[in-house]
Structure formats: structure tokens, C-alpha cells
Design a protein around this ligand. Structure first.
Ligand SMILES: Nc1ncnc2c1ncn2[C@@H]1O[C@H](COP(=O)(O)OP(=O)(O)OP(=O)(O)O)[C@@H](O)[C@H]1O
Length: 708
């Protein structure tokens, strides 16, 4: 259907042309340039038609062949018999011939290389994805439009200046070659200098502007990415390696920015320059330009063949290396079995075979690379020699000057470099949008946790209820850490969670801190599910002091008021006094302004715990969670008692392995295997002679034997 549509469009185009020529009496022979212009116009039109009708690469190739076959055929005739031909617009018979030849050429190609079609559709899909990603990066660059606009303006100016330099050089040579005139020579040299200076200045401004917009884009992307990352649920950080996140933030955002600033820079520069040079080259000699145009497709075809071969060899080499690594690893790792079976020589032979195969592939790679280089050089030299021979003929026929030929040679060299960078830039664009894809993956990620609500009641009692809570960690969905846990934390009361390691104490705390969401049941604060509370409000009202508190580099006071927007120094000091941190802080070199070093490395674990307690108390929380909070202090148990005595109106949840620290708690919950085994006061649990009593006695025995 698409082919018929395109054919109809083509016939309509020919019909319009014939109508124009025969009805309006326009000349039907406009020369070779006219044939080319016609071919390119038809190509552009039919190419757009093929895109509109969702035609694939095969259709586009056919369209290009169909449109350019005739001008190419006529141009080759001209090269062989210059000036002996006329160039009339083909009639219906000519068009039928062109169509049949175009279809035959395409059929020949597609049937000879059938795999090209599937490979093309995969490539096409990849290209479309890359395009979408690239456009997204461009959209993120919108705020830098002023910088980018200025950069593009100076880029165009620089390229225009650069393009005219060989032209001016050719003029200088012509002046030197013909009758020398001082004034003409000076003005030509002056023009050359102005062009060179203009190109240098404009290139500098362009580079600066691109760098500036790149830095701005980088800053914005990193900021957005970091903001989204820190909002992810805790499970995400457990599943994702920190190195991965760091590289997304560092190198990938950078690479992504490059895709806009650098690639668009090169793309535009090369396009503008190539177009400008083509115009000037055609102006000098269209025949030589045509000859030059042969080089690029030849080089591209050569590169394509080489790439396919090289990729296949690289894949084989990778497999071989992996095999060698595995062989060596397993033989060394299982050396006892190898020795026991006397299989050393068999292992050596297997390893040797793999190494030989590796050597063979590496040699093939080297030979392929050498042949590729040789062929490339030969094509380049052949085109250059042909160009010089033909140039010499044109000079003898007075169609070209010496300076013109020199300018042409300079352009030709530049042209190939430019076209190469155009091809290269598409490759790097695909790579850099690969980095963009990784960044967008994290940027678009929505946290797998219900969004926090907006509840911020002025008065909060602090009553916490776990109602039939069942919970498994995302990394172990089939192994519940809590099974149907129900317990209540009352305001003004101290509740202690005790039990053997792995019982589920920390999991309860994680749920209360809303690090995770339970799969069944719910955790309520003053009768409302936790997710209904505003995020920072909840973390102000529910504060935790963990066993291994983390401090951030900065001063002691910064660490105490961490996360609070406005918190006076008085509040910081009051909290530090309550946490028994004030005395040792005052003894530090700069008191509250002392830098705690990276991760609080300047302080002992006990001191860090004190600061973490102050950090929790400064928020004046309604629910205070102490997870082994005083375990590393010299007088941990005593300190815990003092701490608890200052929390009369708060809801306190304590987790402690030293049962002495919790025996005075108002309520004790014994958790084992994620289940509440027993609960009550110390007295009640001791009287029950259950798991609590046995654990307490066991710990007491251990302590007694440790003391003796
Ligand atoms: N991040 C995690 N991912 C997967 N499983 C976890 C994770 N943290 C804990 N678990 C598992 O959940 C269960 C309960 O662990 P939890 O840390 O809540 O026990 P605990 O009573 O606090 O132990 P401890 O006294 O040793 O800190 C254990 O089986 C543990 O292996």
C-alpha cells in the first residue's frame, strides 16, 4: 500500500512537471544542475510522504534510488563525454524506465542482503528511542535558550569565517602566480587575517557559551535527580548499589549534558561548514565536487563492512576471555578435586586451547584492522590522484586557476573530516542518550510507597497502635519479618521491645518511622494511619535514636539541629544538656562549633550517641524511639534511666539487649520470630516463667560468668 501511495505521489509530481513544461511552454532542458535540483526536490517530497505513511527503511531507500538514479546516470555520462549531451526532462517512457530500474535496483539489494531488513527495523527502533531521549534532553535545556542561542550565533559566524579561509588562500596563490600587484596582495592577506581572527574570536565565545549552558544543565539535572532519589522508599536503596546512584549523579548527568552541548555543537558546525564548503566547491568546479562526493560513500561502505566484522570478532573474543577466566577460576578454586583426580594436564590442555583460540581471534582482528586501514588509504589516495589529474585538465582548458585547485584541495580535505565527524556525532549521540536513558529511569521513578498526607494536628497525644501488622522486606517478600503483630504504645509510658536477635524489634521501629509499608494491618498514630501525616511533621513528632547513629560532617550544633529549618542555639543547648552531651561538648576545642569530621569520625561512639539523643530531643517529639541508644556509653544503663526519667509526658519505645535497662519499663513486649510471644510488666513476665524470664536468666548467667 505504501509503495503504491509513493508511486502515485511520484506520478503526480511528474504530471505537474509535464503540465508546467508543455502547457506553460517552459524550457524542458535546464542543464545538469536542473536535473539534480529536480531529483533532490522529488527526493525530499517523497521522503516526507514515506515518513507520513510510516514507510520503513526499505521504502526510504527505494525513494532515494528512484529520485537520484536519473541525475547520477546523466552525470556519469557527462563525465565520460563532457559537453556532448542535452538534458531534457524525461517523458512518460523515460519515467517508466526510471521506475522499473529503481525497483530492480532495490529488489536486487533487498534480496541480496535480506538480513538488512530485520537489522534495519531494530536499528530504526533504537534510533527512534534515541531521538525521543535526545528531544527530552533538549527540552530540559530550554532555560538555557539564551546561552545556547548566543552560542549558535557565534558558531555560525566562526564557521562562515573558517569556510572562507581556503578561498582567500587560493586568491593569494593566484595573485602570486599571475602578475603581482601589491595592493591586491595586501588586501587578500588582510582578508585572510580578518577571517582567521574572526573565526578564532567567534569560536572562543561559542565554546564558552556551550560550556556555560552545559554546566547549568548539569546543575539542574543533578538537583532534580538527587531530589527524586532521596524521596524513594528505603527498599529502593537496599536494592540499588550506592555506586550505581553515584555514577548516575556524576558521570551520566555529565554525559547526558554533552549530548546536547557537544553533539549539537559538532553537528551544527559540521553541517553549516559542509553546506558552505559544498557551495564554494561547486562554485570552483562542480566536476571536481562530484568526484569528491564519491569518496564518502565508499569510505562509509568500507567502515560498515569493517564494523560488522569487527563487532563479531569482539563478541567472540569476549566469550573466549570469559571462558578462559572461568576455566582458570574453577581449576584454581577446585584445586583439591583437580589434584585428587590427577586432572592437571587436562585442565592445562583446556586452558591452552582457549588461549590459542583467543590468539587466533586477536590476530584476525589485527589483520582486519590493517586491511581496513590500507583500503581506506587507497580510496583516499585514488580520489586525490583522480582529482589532481582532472584538475590539471580543467586548468589546461582554462576552467580552473591554480589557486582554485589549491582552495579545492584544502576544502576537500576539510570536507572529508567534517563528514566523518557528522557520522561520528550520530554514534556518540546514541551513546550519550544511553546515559540520558539511565538518568531518566531514576528521574521518572515514583516511590513505591504511598505519598505522605498533609495531616499536621496542633495537638498530638502520641498514642501508637500496631494493628495486626504483617510485614516482609522487599528483598525477601516470602519471609515475613513480622506476623500479625498487635501492640500499643501509650503516652507517658515507656514500652520496651525485647527478644532474641532477628525477632523483629528493628522491623517494628522501621514501620513506625515509615521506612517501609506493611503488607497487612496498619500502624496508627493517634488513631490515624501514619501515611496521612505530613512527612516532616511525622519525623518531628516521632524521633529515633539508633544504636549506630550517623553524624554528618559539620559542627556539633549543625548535627543536633539537623533537618530543622529554624532552631535556636538555646534549644540546641537545652537538648544537649538533657542528653548529657553538654559537658563533653563544652570541652571540645570549639564547643558547639567543633567540626565532627566526616561521619563524626572525630568523636567516640558513645559521644555520637549522646549527640544523636540531643538531635532527637531538640525536636521535642511526642514519640521517642531509643534503639540501643545508650549501649556504647560508659554508664549506659544509668544514662538510660536518667533519660527515661525526663520523658514523663512522651510515648517512649525502647529496644535494649541489656534487660536491666528495660526492666523498669511500664510495658514489655517479647518478640520472637516476628510474633509477639508475651507482654506485660517485668514482674508479670517473671511470674509467668516464660520466654522473657528464660532470656533474662540466660543473660544474667552470661554476665555473671563474664564478670568472674
Ligand atoms: N533490610 C532487611 N532486608 C531483608 N530482611 C531483613 C532486613 N532487616 C532485617 N531483616 C530480617 O527480618 C527479620 C527481623 O529482623 P529485625 O532486624 O527486625 O530483628 P531484631 O529483633 O531487630 O534483631 P537484632 O536484635 O539483631 O537487631 C530477620 O529475619 C532479619 O533477617
Amino acid at each position: 500500500k505504501v509503495y503504491v501511495q509513493i508511486l502515485c505521489c511520484d506520478l503526480a509530481l511528474w504530471g505537474t512537471l509535464w503540465g508546467w513544461v508543455y502547457l506553460l511552454g517552459s524550457p524542458s532542458d535546464g542543464g545538469l544542475a536542473w536535473l539534480w535540483a529536480l531529483g533532490i526536490l522529488r527526493w525530499a517530497f517523497l521522503h516526507m510522504a514515506s515518513i507520513a505513511s510510516s514507510g520503513g527503511m526499505v521504502v526510504r531507500r527505494w525513494v532515494a534510488t528512484q529520485c537520484l538514479l536519473w541525475p547520477i546516470f546523466r552525470s556519469s555520462q557527462v563525465m565520460l563525454q563532457p559537453g556532448a549531451l542535452s538534458y531534457p526532462i524525461p517523458g512518460p517512457a523515460g519515467v517508466a524506465l526510471i521506475t522499473v530500474s529503481g525497483i530492480a535496483a532495490c529488489l536486487f539489494w533487498e534480496l541480496t542482503f535480506p538480513e538488512a531488513q530485520t537489522a534495519d527495523s531494530v536499528k530504526e527502533k533504537k534510533k527512534q528511542e534515541a531521538k525521543a531521549l535526545f528531544l527530552r534532553v533538549v527540552r530540559y535545556s530550554r532555560p538555557d535558550i539564551l546561552h545556547l542561542g548566543t552560542a549558535f550565533l557565534f558558531l555560525s559566524l566562526a564557521v562562515i569565517c573558517e569556510t572562507f579561509i581556503p578561498y582567500a588562500t587560493g586568491k593569494v596563490i593566484d595573485i602570486l602566480g599571475s602578475q603581482y600587484e601589491q595592493s591586491k596582495f595586501l588586501s587578500a592577506i588582510g582578508l585572510m587575517s580578518i577571517l582567521s581572527l574572526g573565526s578564532a574570536v567567534c569560536s572562543g565565545v561559542r565554546g564558552g557559551m556551550f560550556m556555560c549552558s552545559l554546566a547549568r544543565l548539569n546543575r539542574r539535572m543533578r538537583h532534580m535527580l538527587f531530589r527524586n532519589l532521596v524521596q524513594q522508599e528505603i527498599g529502593f536503596f537496599e536494592e540499588t548499589k550506592p555506586g550505581d546512584l553515584a555514577s548516575r549523579l556524576e558521570s551520566d548527568t555529565n554525559l547526558m549534558g554533552m549530548s546536547v552541548a557537544m553533539n549539537v555543537n559538532v553537528l551544527l558546525r559540521s553541517t553549516v561548514k559542509t553546506a558552505g564548503m559544498l557551495v564554494l566547491m561547486v562554485g570552483i568546479s562542480w566536476q571536481l565536487t562530484l568526484l569528491t562526493c564519491v569518496e564518502m560513500p565508499l569510505l562509509a561502505a568500507l567502515q560498515n563492512c569493517y564494523n560488522t566484522f569487527y563487532q563479531a570478532l569482539s563478541q567472540q573474543l569476549q566469550d573466549c576471555k570469559a571462558q578462559a577466566k572461568e576455566l582458570a577460576g574453577s581449576a584454581v578454586g577446585q584445586v583439591r578435586t583437580v589434584r585428587g583426580c590427577g586432572a592437571e594436564s587436562a585442565e592445562i590442555r583446556r586452558y591452552e586451547e582457549t588461549l590459542s583460540e583467543m590468539h587466533r581471534i586477536q590476530s584476525s582482528k589485527g589483520i582486519a584492522s590493517a586491511i581496513h586501514l590500507l583500503l581506506r588509504r587507497m580510496v583516499t589516495i585514488a580520489v586525490k590522484v583522480g582529482m589532481l589529474f582532472y584538475g590539471r585538465q580543467l586548468i589546461m582548458l582554462n576552467h580552473l586557476t591554480n589557486g582554485g585547485l589549491l582552495a579545492f584541495v584544502l576544502y576537500q580535505k576539510d570536507m572529508v573530516t567534517n563528514m566523518k565527524s557528522l557520522v561520528y556525532v550520530f554514534g556518540t549521540m546514541l551513546n550519550s542518550v544511553g546515559a540520558a536513558a539511565k538518568v531518566f529511569k531514576y528521574l521518572d521513578r515514583k516511590p513505591l510507597q504511598e505519598e505522605a498526607g498533609s495531616l499536621e494536628p496542633a495537638h498530638l497525644e502520641g498514642r501508637v497502635e500496631f494493628r495486626d501488622v504483617t510485614f516482609s522486606y522487599p528483598s525477601q517478600p516470602d519471609k515475613p519479618a513480622l506476623k500479625g503483630v498487635s501492640l500499643t504504645l501509650r503516652p507517658g509510658k515507656v514500652t520496651a521491645l525485647v527478644g532474641p536477635s532477628g525477632g523483629g524489634k528493628s522491623s517494628c521501629i522501621s514501620l513506625l518511622e515509615r521506612f517501609y509499608e506493611s503488607q497487612q494491618g496498619e500502624v496508627l498514630l493517634d488513631g490515624r494511619p501514619l501515611h496521612q501525616y505530613q512527612h516532616s511533621y511525622l519525623h518531628r513528632k516521632v524521633s529515633i535514636v539508633s544504636q549506630n547513629p550517623v553524624l554528618f560532617s559539620g559542627s556539633v550544633s549543625d548535627n543536633i539541629r539537623y533537618g530543622l529549618k529554624d532552631c535556636s542555639m538555646e534549644r540546641v543547648v537545652v537538648a544537649a544538656v538533657k542528653a548529657h552531651a553538654h559537658d563533653f561538648i563544652c570541652k571540645l576545642e570549639d564547643g558547639y562549633d567543633t567540626d565532627v569530621g566526616e561521619c563524626g569520625g572525630q568523636l567516640s561512639v558513645g559521644q555520637k550517641q549522646c549527640i544523636a539523643i540531643a538531635r532527637a530531643l531538640v525536636r521535642d517529639p511526642r514519640v521517642l524511639i531509643l534503639d540501643e541508644a545508650t549501649s556504647c556509653m560508659d554508664a549506659g544503663t544509668l544514662q538510660m534511666q536518667e533519660l527515661l526519667s525526663g520523658t514523663a509526658s512522651q510515648t517512649v519505645l525502647v529496644v535494649a539487649h541489656h534487660l536491666q535497662t528495660v526492666q523498669n519499663a511500664d510495658h514489655i513486649v517479647f518478640l520472637e520470630g516476628g510474633v509477639v510471644v508475651e507482654q506485660g510488666t517485668d514482674k508479670e513476665l517473671m511470674a509467668r516463667r516464660g520466654r522473657y524470664r528464660r532470656l533474662k536468666e540466660k543473660l544474667f548467667d552470661e554476665q555473671a560468668s563474664g564478670d568472674s
